[in-house]
Structure formats: structure tokens, C-alpha cells
Design a protein around this ligand. Sequence first.
Ligand code: SF4
Length: 108
Amino acid sequence: MTILNCSATTCIYNENMLCSRGEIEVRGEQARRSDETCCSSFREQQEASAADSTSGHCGCEKIDIDCKARECAYNKHCRCTASAIDIDGHDAATYSDTKCGTFSCKSR
Ligand code: SF4
């Protein structure tokens, strides 16, 4: 599994720059640059209802990443093989404001 650091502190799943979701999906089917990717699992805190409470979950350092950015050198059959990645999303309001900062295009 991959170590995930996430700067999207406006996400309901963010716990001290770690993710409490257990698994995330990164999109960017056609991406050739980092800013063409995004964490589609991002959910803004204000959107969340009380029923979606994440109490009882804690941020885990390691996480499964279902990644659609097939042009990334770390992507193997839609799984991320990087030992550690950074999801960038400082002040993100929607998932499209996030990106995988570790994306590295295969064909560069
Ligand atoms: S490093 Fe590459 S394979 Fe891993 S999540 Fe980021 S874009 Fe996907």
C-alpha cells in the first residue's frame, strides 16, 4: 500500500493531513500533467450531513488507491505502485481543486 499525505484539509476524510477513508479514487484518464488529475473521493466538510459522520475513523498513513491516471509511471492496472504520494488540495472546494502531486507521465 501507498503512504498518502493529503493537504486537502477541507475534505471530510482528512485527519491531520492523512486520509480516513480507507480507499480513494484518483481520476485523470487522459492526464499528462499532475493538474489534470484529481482525487474524486474528496468531499467538502460543509456538504456532509450528520449521517455521514466519520467519527470512529482515524487517518491512516497507508491507503489503497484506485487510480485511473493510466499515463502515470506509477500506475499498474489502475493501482498506484508509488511508495508515497501527495494529494494537493489546499483550500479545495470541490474534487476538481485537488490533484495528485506525485503524478509522473510515462511518456515524458
Ligand atoms: S502517483 Fe500516479 S498512479 Fe499513483 S495516485 Fe498519483 S497519478 Fe495515480
